[in-house]
Design a binder for this molecule. Sequence first.
Ligand code: ATP
Ligand code: MG
Length: 508
Amino acid sequence: MVVVPPSAHHHDTPGSPTLEIRNITKTYPGGTQALRGVTLSLRPGVVHGLVGANGAGKSTLIKIIAGAERPTTGELRWLGTSTDWRRPADAQSAGVAVVHQQSPVVPALSVLENVYLGNEATGLWRPQDRIAEFAALCARVAFVIDPHTIVAELSVGDRQMVSILRALAQNPALILLDEPTASISPAERAGVLGAARSLAASGVAVVFVSHFLNEIMQICDEVSVLRDGQLVDEFDAAGMSVERMVSGIVGNRLHAVEAFKPAHAIGEVVLDVRGLRSTSMGSVVDLEVRRGEIVGIAGLLGSGRTSLLKAIFGADRRVSGEVIVNGESISASPERAVAGGVAFVPEDRLSQGLIADWEIWRNTALADSRELSRRFGLIDIAKERALATRAQNDLGIVAPSIDAAVKDLSGGNAQKVVFAKWIYKTHHVLLLDEPTAGVDVAGKADLIKLIRDLAARGIGVLVVLSEFEELLSLVDRVVVLRHGAIEAEFRADDVSVAELTASVGGLA
Ligand SMILES: Nc1ncnc2c1ncn2[C@@H]1O[C@H](COP(=O)(O)OP(=O)(O)OP(=O)(O)O)[C@@H](O)[C@H]1O
Ligand SMILES: [Mg+2]
């Protein structure tokens, strides 16, 4: 779909603010100062971008506006009047709708039920009463979907659109979108970005949080940059540039990814996939990864990238073929794969067994699944704590200590914990699905360095990454997947982003 560009006109006639945020601070119990005196205004028809590193305070600000957290000091003024929202329902009835970073759609229910459940103040409703209303909501954001589809069957991108529809069903004056595009493919992002623009065009005030600065450039009328809980820069469309955002976000933190790839030795074949097909794959795949090699999988949404990783890991039932790791055939079960030295960091990381109330170190210790720790007896606490400390350094996990509970971490930092669970326990093969989703610009550089270090230690890496520029900066070789089959293969040094884009689309 076409993304409507920011309008140049509303700055001439700025409406009076929908919400004024005045000198807000937030100190969490435990002492973390997440916000330190933030002041900004949100106006009708304006898309306000909010950027900042993992842990900068973006979600905290969103939660305060949504009534889910209360500010420690400061004032919120809604349509000119001071307010004190004590719970989400207060903000909601005033006209604030939010799509949270970890958006809870209910997979077992239909699209229609997800959109209207919980928006129902009282009584029963019959789905058929809402069909016309639902169609009107969809039209507002140019989204097409059968309302009776079960959400479990939808792609992550469509689920995100369902969350947006649900927020929209409240007919809000202000809508808060906290990283709505973090884990969806570039192709699906256009729908979400277009939705944000059309909401603003209909007079809603929009807050848009993203680590993808090109998206901010594309749809925001103005931007606020948060660093360590402080507003360090603000500008409108005219003053906006990626460079300015990056320097505001990272401050004096180092962030450059080394442009050159350190030379590393590539050894014997460590992962040999022969004639593999699984229940969710359309074709048979043959693929080899060598020790020290980083191989990328490029493909469009639905090309079978995730299915291929799952089939290798044994998470999907195999129809045919064989997976040989370090010379040994691994039968199709995740436990066997783990025991054979394979690790898989899935795309949908936040649902992958983080225990929110547990400390960071206990979560990273849990990697080999309960099944394995039961088999091998008690865990070695000192060793596990040392590993968590190492992960905190390697990945730049922002937290007071490894004893912090995962529920108190920012979204991006919680993702890094899931990552840490797996990567240190792999001996032979590392499978990664969208490893940089939700991670800020500086964190991406840390992550890429870490993946390279693991490869340099002789691990074979197979990685799915939708951002082709990032993919090519990481991998040695890239295979192109179309309809579940490998259709092309390039050395990373021999292919451009444009050529790869053409190839995944079947144009080259
Ligand atoms: N419930 C909580 N209890 C204690 N500390 C918290 C809590 N929620 C967040 N924090 C801390 O507050 C700070 C800001 O977190 P916040 O979630 O607002 O960051 P963010 O900018 O949204 O980051 P990300 O890009 O990773 O989502 C972090 O240091 C985080 O660990
Ligand atoms: Mg966040």
